[in-house]
Design a protein around this ligand. Sequence first.
Ligand code: CA
Length: 232
Amino acid sequence: MATTKVLVVEDEVNLLEAVKYNLGREGYTVLTASDGQQGWEFARAAEPDLVILDIMLPKLDGLEVCRMLRKQSDVPVLMLTAKTQDVDRVVGLEVGADDYVSKPFSMRELMARVRALLRRARTAQKRTDGAEREIVMSGDLEVDTASHVVRLGGLPLELKPREFQLLALLMSNKGRVLTRDHVLERLWGHDYIGDSRTVDVHIRWLREKIETDPATPRRIATVRGVGYRFEG
Ligand code: CA
């Protein structure tokens, strides 16, 4: 079995070494980067299973690295934050991290968060590998969950990973109302600390891409006070 790869991006050498040591002791393969640019490059090249990302970094800050990462990957991101006021933005839609730990933190706490995030990611992965692996069609919209391709009117459509998962979930439950909480749990995991507005914003982004007129959506219907339904 391949080992689990964790990328740590932190410019404080002592902290970086301590985190690396502790992750290594837990059996993870550890990659390290000491600035945002290098972190971004390693994240793309090495495809880690989890990224621990400091906010204050030279060259590119952690928020920017996380935003860039989110455009092409749903790898779990754990942010290290020194300022508690940043927390809402960090795990919110603007940045898209999955969790955070405020400095100073104990290694025990950090390791517990790492384990929880990896567990959550594995559960989500199992779900998408399982029953939903199929081609779902609705009119001229086609979602291939095996090859991760969406086509609209025969042309491939660029979707971010979360948008793809959301569309696949909605379409495989065509005609059924999905509550925001259900969507949150399926896509972000039950211990996600953000709120259900996350779902609303992703629905809005998705509508902008798949609806002819996003203001009067015909594919994804809002069921007021409940959630969303994909119309057959
Ligand atoms: Ca730093």
